[in-house]
Design a protein around this ligand. Structure first.
Ligand SMILES: O=c1ccn([C@@H]2O[C@H](COP(=O)(O)OP(=O)(O)O[C@H]3O[C@H](CO)[C@@H](O)[C@H](O)[C@H]3O)[C@@H](O)[C@H]2O)c(=O)[nH]1
Ligand SMILES: [Mn+2]
Length: 758
């Protein structure tokens, strides 16, 4: 007989009504095609410039088709954590992974807050274990965590007692949430004062340790860090706190991991760190699920694990959803003034990621993602592990010696790890869980964090986080989708995780360059989405969605060409846009207007202002023509085997940055990444002025540049205005003279080229 309570679903997938949106997107497509037809009909009379314009516009049309495909089906996943109790007899354990890599770019207090927010989650404490990977092997991080756990013993009961929503103390106290709390009892007031003072003391201790890092005492538990070279050291694994009882309250385990680093072994950046964490946790708690966050992405929704479990446990026989991804949202004041376009990521996720969620599921975004351990270990949806061995989940099976030997080749030589992996793959992981004795595994845990451990295994190749791209997240998610899994998008009303957005011009450019590089690397690797569709189980529409992000870097070439074209027109007095007298004049005009209206409405929908929208439009043009171009260059260098791509870490230290005196203004440094933007601005001004003064060579056609080109050029100037300001700015607001001179040289060369060409 059906039970009305236990039959209620844990989650529902509800399609969004977006007919109007689809219709306007089709109008854009129609206009783009019309423009292409117009160009094709007249191309014979215009030569190379029109051919180039035609190439760019075809590319934009192609991108638009990819965008439409990704956004076509928008879904909401509504989760019901309140139903878990009646549906799930015992909640499964979850290992929580935090990665940090540089105590200067990523201040310890940020990592501490993230860790505290995770330890305080609304989930049985005996089912959680937090592992922090420190690629900087910093005693300050270790010290901060040791101190943090003392504070956690106060903070966690406090949060649970008063049902505090923001469980990262720095946000809780800076939001002044407590001042508006409905609880005015003197008990609460006393408690909060006490907790606040304790937190302030924790901050002071950490600050003092940072200031006097050179005089650090390396006695007792810190001796492992003495005279340590962060690029060349042995593995350090330390159990900072072990939860000895098996009760639902209290403080979950906290383990510190600095994997071994040796110059002769590539460490594979974050992917390498994640694999070390997977192995260390594998021999300690071996939880069935793993949550992974970057050190700055604290849990903002205390119920996030419960929400995720609704999706992970709520699907038919659990063999459906491989991972649950939450969007990356940011804290701070970006709502009103977002000079570097962090909100564009929110809008992108709201439409693209949500839309892809309607196909095979969202991309894996590196942070805020819940993975199934067996999937990370290479299990495919029909239960077959890599290379065709059948281990069907849920049914206890005894694994023979021979299979164990096979697993050793894949997972490495540790018998303990192989045992735990075979349990995982058999679906009987809870058996191995010995949550109240993790210290026992310390020696093995240290061993599996060694560099050599991965030699001749499948780590990074077929199991774990994959190597070979600085966007290891997308690469790993792609392989999971390619083996036929689906993933799910989790967007609870209260943002699940909040992180720190890149907040200076150089940081944004570096991050965008890394993303564009990593994504393009995937396209040229054997894990390319195209191959995965032909040979694997990646759905065609999912492949198109992957392509949309994988070719970010390549988009810089047509974008840059199109931006240069109007300047070329002025210098040679030619034209590329229809004349006012032609009906076709209205095609590009309506394209620009309708496109911007759609994009504006998306920003409004996400709760942003016109100003934020404009900042983001401007920023997208800037990154597409500069940072992404450098992405192409770095992939080119890699393909030519001249240099390998690197993962440059984004700074999260907002406090020490000058931008805070003027948060709305663009900042620069001496990186060559700012040359293209500077050159574009100077080129357009020079070209426009020369044309207005009539100093131009005579073009091939009788008609010269006109209103279309003037509008286009003005739009370019408007978008790159911050570079013009930068030419006159001081300090970090100014573009260095060397960058300006190189840009001037480029413009000079361009003018010379135009004169020769016409
Ligand atoms: O050698 C390294 C380099 C980085 N990290 C960690 O990786 C995370 C992401 O680095 P960050 O500089 O913050 O990069 P973002 O661009 O903000 O990160 C996004 O993009 C990355 C891929 O480019 C993903 O790895 C991240 O999860 C995703 O949030 C941080 O926790 C770092 O500590 C390491 O552990 N080891
Ligand atoms: Mn980050």
């Amino acid at each position: 007989m059906a039970n009305p309570i236990t039959d209620l679903p844990l989650y529902e997938r509800i399609p969004r009504k977006n007919k109007l949106k689809r219709a306007t997107e089709l109008v854009i497509l129609f206009l783009l095609v019309s423009l292409l037809i117009y160009r094709l009909r007249l191309i014979h009379a215009h030569g190379f410039v029109w051919l180039l314009a035609f190439f760019c516009e075809s590319w934009f049309t192609f991108i638009w088709i990819l965008v439409m495909n990704a956004k076509w089906h928008l879904f909401d996943n509504i989760t019901h954590p309140d139903r878990l109790k009646t549906r799930i007899h015992e909640l499964p354990p979850v290992d929580l992974f935090v990665t940090t890599a540089d105590p200067v770019l990523e201040p310890p207090i940020i990592t501490v807050n993230t860790v505290l927010s995770l330890l305080a989650l609304d989930y049985p404490a005996n089912k959680l274990a937090c592992y922090v990977s420190d690629d900087g092997a910093s005693p300050i991080i270790f010290y901060s965590l040791v101190e943090a756990i003392k504070f956690a013993k106060l903070w966690i009961p406090f949060c649970k007692k008063y049902n505090i929503q923001t469980r990262a103390p720095f946000r809780y106290f800076s939001n002044k949430e407590f001042e508006t709390s409905s609880d005015v009892s003197s008990k609460f007031q006393n408690d909060i004062l006490h907790v606040k003072e304790e937190y302030a003391q924790l901050c002071r201790k950490i600050e003092a340790a940072e200031k006097h890092s050179d005089q650090f005492e390396f006695s007792k538990e810190f001796s492992a860090f003495s005279k340590l070279d962060r690029r060349n050291h042995q593995s350090i694994v330390k159990v900072i706190w072990e939860k000895k009882d098996d009760l639902a309250d209290g403080v979950p385990h906290l383990v510190y991991v600095a994997r071994e680093k040796r110059p002769q072994y590539p460490h594979h950046y974050k992917a390498g760190a994640m694999n070390a964490l997977a192995r260390v946790s594998g021999v300690m708690t071996n939880s069935r699920f793993m949550l992974n966050v970057d050190c700055d992405m604290f849990a903002n929704n205390a119920q996030v694990v419960l929400h995720a479990m609704c999706l992970l446990l709520g699907s038919e026989n659990e063999r459906e959803i491989a991972y649950v991804q939450c969007p990356q949202h940011f804290y701070g004041d970006i709502k009103d003034d977002d000079p570097f376009g962090a909100s564009s990521l929110k809008v992108l996720q709201e439409y693209i990621t949500r839309g892809v969620g309607g196909i095979q599921g969202p991309f894996y975004g590196g942070s805020g993602c819940f993975h199934r351990r067996d999937v990370i270990y290479g299990l495919s949806p029909n239960g077959a592990m890599i290379e065709g061995k059948k281990y069907l989940g849920n049914e206890m099976q005894v694994i023979g010696m021979q299979e164990k030997e096979g697993l050793k080749e894949k997972f490495g030589c540790s018998t303990e790890l192989v045992n735990s992996a075979s349990q995982t793959l058999l679906g009987s992981h809870e058996k191995l869980n010995c949550p109240n004795d993790i210290s026992r595994s310390l020696t093995i845990a240290t061993h599996v964090a060694d560099c050599i451990y991965e030699s001749d295994t499948l780590w990074g190749k077929k199991i774990g986080w994959l190597y070979g791209s600085t966007a290891e997240d997308v690469l790993t998610g792609l392989q999971i989708h390619a083996s036929g899994w689906r993933s799910a998008y989790l967007t609870p009303r209260r943002s699940a995780f909040l992180g720190c957005a890149a907040f200076t011009g150089p940081a944004v450019m570096t991050q965008q360059k890394r993303w564009a590089t990593g994504l393009l690397e995937i396209l040229f690797s054997k894990n390319s989405p195209i191959i995965a569709t032909i040979k694997g189980n990646l759905k065609f529409r999912q492949c198109l969605s992957y392509l949309y992000i994988n070719i970010w870097a390549l988009r810089s070439i047509p974008e840059l060409s199109y931006v240069v074209l109007p300047a070329y027109c002025f210098l040679t007095n030619t034209y590329i846009f229809p004349k006012v007298s032609e009906n076709a004049f209205w095609i590009p005009i309506s394209l620009v207007v309708i496109y911007n209206l759609i994009s504006l409405s998306e920003y409004f929908h996400c709760g942003f202002s016109v100003k934020v929208w404009w900042n983001n439009q401007r920023m997208s043009r800037i990154t597409a023509t500069t940072a992404w171009l450098f992405g192409v260059l770095s992939v080119l260098l890699k393909l030519l085997r001249l240099s390998d791509t690197v993962f440059e870490i984004t700074s999260k230290d907002q406090g020490g940055d000058v931008t805070h005196t003027n948060p709305g203004q663009f900042t620069f440094d001496d990186s060559p990444i700012f040359i293209p933007g500077t050159a574009i601005v100077l080129m357009h001004i020079t070209a426009l002025v020369m044309w207005l003064l009539g100093i131009h060579s005579q073009g091939q056609s009788a008609l010269g540049a006109g209103l279309g080109e003037v509008i286009c050029s003005s739009l370019v100037l408007l978008n790159f205005l911050s570079f013009l300001k930068g030419c006159f700015g001081k300090g970090s607001y100014g573009i260095p003279l060397s960058t300006i001179s190189k840009s001037v040289a480029l413009v000079g060369f361009f003018i010379y080229f135009c004169r020769r060409a016409s």
